[in-house]
Design a protein around this ligand. Structure first.
Ligand code: PMP
Ligand code: GLN
Length: 390
């Protein structure tokens, strides 16, 4: 009888995104849980991928990325954030942001190192740190508003701290950094060698006229950061799994040592297509904030006709909703009930935290056609009619 070794991730089950999308499919619910659009990428981008395949771009891409795409990313961060980087030594194309996050953690975190997370935290950070032998130190975001408690972050830094992971715009809360956050971050890092992993996958979804404040816009932060983004979010193609990491050459060198053995290289025709699309159609990314802001506002108006209370959201394609007027169930059970009985799937927010919470909040994804949002709103408006607390 074979004895298996103990699990390396004993606390980890199947991700909440898989669980809720599966339940939504089983129940025929409208799936506002896992974050993905229900509409297509720009048709020019689809044509370009086909053209690149037909043109014979079907074999391994270079390990670090398709050269023209490295150039396009360097051009983008220069134009948007004033950050001048060498495409050959500071940009790496990855298999989605997920791979970039994993490689960045494994490039620098050693057994016994501490990594500071701000919670609620996106679910892939903690397992990546644990697999690298590190230990997470979790600092809760402030209520209300989900701002960062920089004094607590400062206190959490020890001689063992290797990395601080930040995420703006923030999944699941929709909070975004203000200039004072970057000031505080610079201050926290002033007298130590702590590195930063900045998850900026929602960089083009910041609303109400605010700019996205990338760490790449601050030389003191860019000098010690891995900055990660995802083409899946920006170009409505989460299923293609293409993202990138920008980091100074010394960090990029270590990052690529991991990347070349996790993934080696990313789908070549997609990279060639993105390279051309980024240069030919920069307007797509620039228009994204307005596009998603109007969906956020539409969804908030729909929620206003239900007993759910929308929490202010300044970025991402997620909307938190507080449900205490409807149910006393904990959020994991409420999300299941909502999926089964009301026919709308959502993500319970407590799964992104380790600290126990009394909050009654679920996350909806509004990256959907207006007809989908309207249909979900109509179902959610039934919540009031049922009456009584569950
Ligand atoms: N970080 C955050 C905050 C995300 O929300 C996601 C995906 N939704 C990712 C990383 C992973 O991105 P990708 O699908 O490009 O791997
Ligand atoms: N990041 C997406 C979300 O927050 C899901 C990605 C995944 O399913 N791994 O919904």
């Amino acid at each position: 009888m074979l004895t298996l070794p103990p699990s390396k991730l004993p606390q980890v089950g199947t991700t909440i995104f898989t669980v809720m999308s599966r339940l939504a499919a089983e129940c025929g619910a409208i799936n506002l849980s896992q974050g993905f659009p229900d509409f297509d990428p720009p048709s020019r981008l689809l044509d370009l991928v086909t053209e690149k395949m037909r043109a014979g771009i079907n074999q391994y891409a270079p390990m670090s990325g398709w050269p023209a795409l490295l150039e396009a990313v360097a051009g983008k961060v220069r134009d948007l954030y004033g950050c001048v980087v060498d495409p050959q030594s500071a940009v790496t194309i990855t298999s989605g942001a997920t791979e970039a996050l994993f490689c960045a953690v494994h490039a620098v975190v050693r057994p016994g190192d501490e990594v500071i997370l701000l919670e609620p935290a996106y679910d892939s950070y903690q397992p990546a740190v644990e697999l690298a032998g590190g230990r997470t130190v979790r600092v809760p975001l402030l209520r209300p508003g989900f701002g960062v408690d920089w004094d607590r972050v400062r206190t959490a830094v020890t001689a063992r701290t290797r990395l601080l992971i930040v995420n703006s715009p923030h999944n699941p809360t929709g909070a975004v950094f203000a200039p004072s956050d970057l000031d505080a971050l610079e201050d926290v890092l002033r007298d130590n060698d702590v590195l930063v992993l900045a998850d900026e996958v929602y960089e083009h979804m910041v609303f109400d006229g605010r700019p996205h404040l990338s760490l790449l816009g601050r030389p003191a932060l860019a000098d010690r950061s891995f900055v990660v983004s995802s083409f899946g979010k920006t170009y409505h193609c989460t299923g293609w799994k293409v993202g990138y990491c920008v980091a100074p050459p010394a960090l990029t060198g270590e990052f690529r040592k991991v990347h070349q053995f996790v993934q080696f290289a990313v789908a070549a025709p997609m990279q060639a297509a993105f390279a051309q699309f980024l240069v030919d159609c920069p307007g797509h990314a620039h228009a994204l904030a307005d596009f998603y802001q109007s969906k956020r506002d539409r969804f908030r108006d729909l929620l206003a006709a239900t007993p759910l209370r929308a929490v202010p959201a300044a970025g991402t394609y997620f909307q938190l909703a507080e449900y205490s007027a409807v149910s006393r169930l904990p959020d994991v059970e409420f999300a299941r009930w909502l999926t089964r009985e009301i026919g709308v799937a959502a993500i319970p927010v407590s799964v992104f935290s380790t600290a126990p919470t009394e909050e009654r909040v679920v996350r909806f994804c509004f990256a959907k056609n207006d007809a989908t949002l309207d249909a979900a709103g109509a179902r959610l408006s039934q919540l009031g009619v049922a009456g009584g607390l569950r």
